[in-house]
Design a protein around this ligand. Structure first.
Ligand SMILES: Nc1ncnc2c1ncn2[C@@H]1O[C@H](COP(=O)(O)OP(=O)(O)O)[C@@H](O)[C@H]1O
Ligand SMILES: O=C(CO)[C@@H](O)[C@@H](O)COP(=O)(O)O
Length: 523
């Protein structure tokens, strides 16, 4: 049986075709679409629905062609997308404007208003999102749209997450009350929770702004986990994509969540999806509580019977890229220069707040701090400190997840960067004091193939599908040496991050000692 996994990223969509019997990838293709930015409005990150769907058509046809199969042999199709990437539509599901992509940050006032009132009123749903409503999330974007587009308010019928819009369009769903609503998207970005009856109370939203009156009725639909079907491929889109009408399409979800499944993660594992930024995904037991700073905790968001936990770092590869660019060097070259350094050997400690802090401080206003500079430091030293800083930040997040009652089974490094940077994988293992499991080859698209395969009935469990479709793992074993440095990092992370004064006289000599120790170790 052959299935198609579709992964809508920020700049392109990738289609992957896999054989469920052998686990082989038969073919794949990528097609791009523009992310609309504006010098006049630097917070805007827009994208056209038509551009996305045209790219899907191109990528699907190319993938089928290069796999050398007949498109009618594809037995199911599943789509993951970024999020919260939101489109406002009319009653015919026609977009009223471009998507507010996840990286669109125009709605920061609206998010702050939701957070302030939610905290003042002790809104339970907010606790499950980590206690702060983000400017990247759905309700903030809807309110921004309604405030700034008075002429379109009458036509506004509903808003959809990208994964739900794609599924609805492909299935030809027109009845708004039947729209698929991914619990992954609704739970992590729209404060949806079965425990409090679904969306947050309408009267709370109306108190944020009367423009929200009636919004929850408009957000109706079938709120489902991704083991359930959104529907079946409609004739119109079967024709466009060159596939067979009627094949099943499961409810979609976010890319990072399905990346974790594609990388072979199981309940109890913590998966770092390391790319331009990092999404950290875990699956805890049922009953896992809300934990401050984790955004968020959503039963069923990754796998149906487990509690999905999401956390993250606002910039990872972007930080490496910025350091390399300032030195007119390549990231990989700088890493090769410092691959031999022992723990703390650069003598620098870097708090990677270049794009704020998503987890656990939840402060978008922070900027990066690097301590310990002397006249001999190079960009390569800073790169080493940046990788160590990322790893130590991951350890803080891991500890926070464990405070909720999860015992970590394995650390999995997924996403693009672990495929090209073994120094990073090794430092993560050393800092975390645990084995780090890295897929032996890139599993991009494997997650969506797994959800498609289960929808098609090729496997009777996600475990069984992962056993056949996921790549084996390379394992990086911990060499230790980081516990003291991490204790210092943790003091600085919480101290500086929460506005406490810093005793440089106590910190800098310790960093210098690490540098000198490193030099001695090299001699
Ligand atoms: N050798 C490398 N080591 C670490 N990061 C790298 C390396 N080469 C490129 N990068 C960074 O990887 C990021 C892209 O990550 P990737 O996972 O491929 O994409 P995305 O996050 O868009 O899915 C960029 O920020 C880039 O600067
Ligand atoms: O934040 C989420 C999910 O919550 C991601 O969709 C978002 O970071 C997009 O990441 P990518 O650009 O696909 O690496």
């Amino acid at each position: 049986m052959i299935v198609a996994g579709v992964d809508f990223g920020t700049l392109s969509v990738r289609v992957t075709l896999m054989d469920c019997t052998t686990g082989a990838t038969l073919g794949g293709a990528v097609a791009g679409y523009p992310l609309k930015r504006s010098a006049a409005d630097p917070l805007l990150g827009g994208q056209s629905h038509d551009d996305q769907m045209a790219a899907l058509t191109r990528a699907m046809r190319e993938a089928v062609a290069n796999a050398g199969i007949d498109g009618t042999a594809v037995a199911a199709l599943a789509c993951d997308t970024t999020g919260s990437s939101v489109v406002m539509v009319d009653e015919n599901l026609e977009p009223l404007a471009d998507y507010y992509m996840w990286c669109d940050h125009r709605a920061h006032h609206e998010a702050a208003e939701i957070t302030a009132l939610g905290r003042a009123e002790g809104l339970e749903a907010l606790d499950w999102c980590g206690g702060t409503y983000s400017h990247e999330w759905g309700y903030a974007k809807v309110l921004h749209f309604l405030r700034h587009n008075p002429g379109l308010r009458n036509r506004f019928a509903t808003a959809l997450e990208h994964c739900d819009m794609v599924a609805a369009v492909l299935c030809g769903i027109r009845d708004l009350s039947q729209l698929p609503r991914s619990i992954c998207a609704a739970g992590h970005k729209w404060m949806w929770g079965a425990a409090w009856g679904g969306l947050p109370p309408q009267d709370f939203l109306s108190r944020v702004d009367p423009l929200f009156d009636g919004i929850n009725d408009k957000l109706s639909g079938r709120f489902l986990t991704s083991d359930q079907l959104a529907g079946h491929l409609c004739a119109e889109w079967a024709d466009k994509l060159g596939l067979r009408a009627g094949i099943p399409i499961p409810v979609g979800a976010f890319d990072a969540h399905w990346d974790a499944i594609g990388a072979g993660a199981h309940p109890g594992d913590i998966t770092n999806v390391v790319g331009t930024s990092t999404c950290i995904i875990a699956m805890g037991p049922q009953g896992f509580p809300p934990v401050p700073g984790l955004c968020g905790v959503v039963p069923g968001s990754v796998l149906p019977d487990w509690t999905g936990i999401e956390a993250g770092q606002s910039a990872t590869g972007d930080v490496f890229e910025a350091i390399a660019k300032r030195a007119s060097r390549a990231v990989g070259d700088l890493c090769a220069e410092v691959a031999h350094l022992p723990p703390g050997g650069s003598g620098l400690m870097r708090l990677n707040w270049d794009n704020g802090d998503r987890t656990v401080l939840v402060r978008s206003d922070l900027g990066a701090v690097t301590l310990g500079w002397d006249l001999n430091h190079s960009a390569a030293d800073e790169m080493h400190a940046a990788i160590e800083g990322m790893a130590m930040h991951v350890r803080i997040i891991t500890e926070r997840i464990e405070q909720g009652g999860m015992t970590t089974a394995r650390i999995v490094n997924a996403g693009g960067i672990p495929q090209k940077n073994d120094l990073l994988n090794q430092i993560y293992a050393d800092v975390l004091g645990r084995e780090v499991h890295v897929p032996a080859h890139s599993p991009t698209g494997t997650g969506s193939c797994i959800f498609a395969a289960v929808a098609a009935g090729a496997f009777d469990s996600f475990d069984a599908a992962q056993a056949v479709l996921c790549p084996p793992a390379r394992v990086f074993s911990p060499r230790g040496g980081y516990d003291d440095l991490f204790a210092l990092f943790r003091d600085l992370y919480f101290g500086l991050g929460q506005g406490q004064a810093l005793d440089l006289g106590a910190v800098l000599p310790r960093l210098r000692a690490y540098r000198l120790g490193g030099a001695a170790a090299r001699a």
